[in-house]
Design a binder for this molecule. Structure first.
Ligand code: SAM
Ligand code: SF4
Length: 332
């Protein structure tokens, strides 16, 4: 077997695979999807557990994938999640395996996920207030998320990271409060700039809370010092809080893009390879797989899919076009 690399025309090599396991979700975050939800993918277009694991295996065995992160939609609503994690772990002890989740139901299966070989979770939580949570997510489930976070930490799925998006007029003034809440509990908080990936196309550059504003807001309550560890391909700019040991990250995807260091590739729940969140095209590995194509040919097609990766997302270009699929259907 000749080893291949997922290298693009700019010399970037993808080693971090984001696998979406479903486009469905049990929350309705206002910056992600409308209150009524979306037209979910038909069941028969979603990869089966065997198909997902086969593509991950090809990525790991033939294409140099080192990290696998399961996402969605909400990956915890996928029935086979624990088994998929277990079968992914069997591909190698060296693999870094994580899940990005809203944590609903995590209190029930954090231990099973840990036992299956999961390393870490990233939990999305935009506020430490139950009423703000209800307004943003349109569901009254704040306490379930808190229980999920606690269970993840107790199960050893750490360091537990919390991802937060700030929305103008909603939780934009809650950054210091959320940081205090996370520091108290030992969670690593990272703020992510809102991106034009919502299904409703409601994003605007003026409407988003920028990394600079987030930094300024945090600085009213804390002294932030750039952390010493090298950033590498990690999207978060990391700061030490009040001399440490606590830290906070800011992911300035829009205002300070890190596309030049990108090492990610995505597989959607319906088996499409996307070389970028903002890609305008996809490569259909599901059709190839269901046509009986062998592993070597699938790997070749995946390599070819990377060659079209753009240099950057171009959100600031006048010609920028939002991708056809929203974040929840791509896998965030
Ligand atoms: N449902 C899971 C969750 O919320 O963690 C996984 C999927 S969700 C699409 C992944 C991440 O994308 C979450 O942290 C969420 O906050 C973030 N996200 C969703 N829409 C976004 C947007 N328009 N801009 C920035 N981040 C977004
Ligand atoms: Fe669901 Fe995650 Fe989107 Fe919120 S951000 S609606 S939890 S997919």
């Amino acid at each position: 077997m000749t080893p291949l690399l997922l290298e693009d025309r700019y010399g970037r090599v993808a080693t971090d695979l984001r696998v979406s396991l479903t486009d469905r979700c049990n929350l309705r975050c206002s910056y992600c999807m409308p209150p009524e939800g979306l037209d979910w993918l038909p069941d028969d277009s979603v990869l089966t557990d065997d198909e997902v694991v086969r593509l991950i295996r090809i990525g790991v065995e033939r294409l140099g994938i080192q990290e696998v992160r399961f996402t969605g939609g909400e990956p915890l609503v996928r029935r086979g999640l624990v088994d998929i994690v277990r079968r992914t772990r069997e591909l190698g002890e060296h693999l870094d395996i994580s899940v990005t989740t809203n944590a609903l139901g995590l209190s029930r299966n954090a231990t099973a996920l840990k036992d299956a070989g999961l390393d870490r979770v990233n939990v999305s939580l935009d506020t430490a207030r139950a009423d703000t949570f209800h307004r943003i997510t349109r569901r009254d489930r704040f306490h379930d998320v808190v229980a999920g976070l606690e269970a993840a930490q107790a199960a050893g799925l750490g360091p537990v990271k919390v991802n937060a998006v700030l929305l103008r007029g909603e939780n934009e003034d809650q950054a210091p409060e959320l940081l205090a809440w996370c520091l108290e509990r030992g969670y690593e908080l990272r703020f992510i700039e809102q991106m034009p990936l919502d299904a409703q196309h409601g994003w605007s550059r003026e409407g988003m809370v920028t990394a600079e504003e987030i930094f300024a807001s945090l600085s009213t309550a804390y002294t932030l010092t750039p952390a010493e560890e090298p950033r590498g391909s990690a999207p978060a700019e990391l700061f030490t809080v009040d001399g440490g040991p606590g830290t906070v990250g800011v992911i300035a995807s829009v205002t300070r893009p890190f596309c030049g260091d990108c090492d990610r590739v995505r597989l959607t729940a319906d088996g499409q390879v996307r070389n970028c969140l903002f890609a305008r095209s996809e490569s259909d590995l599901r059709a190839a797989l269901r046509d009986g194509v062998d592993d070597e040919e699938l790997a070749q097609r995946w390599v070819v899919a990377m060659l079209g990766k753009a240099a950057g997302h171009g959100i600031d270009d006048p010609t920028f076009l939002q991708p056809d699929r929203p974040m929840s259907a791509i896998g965030g």
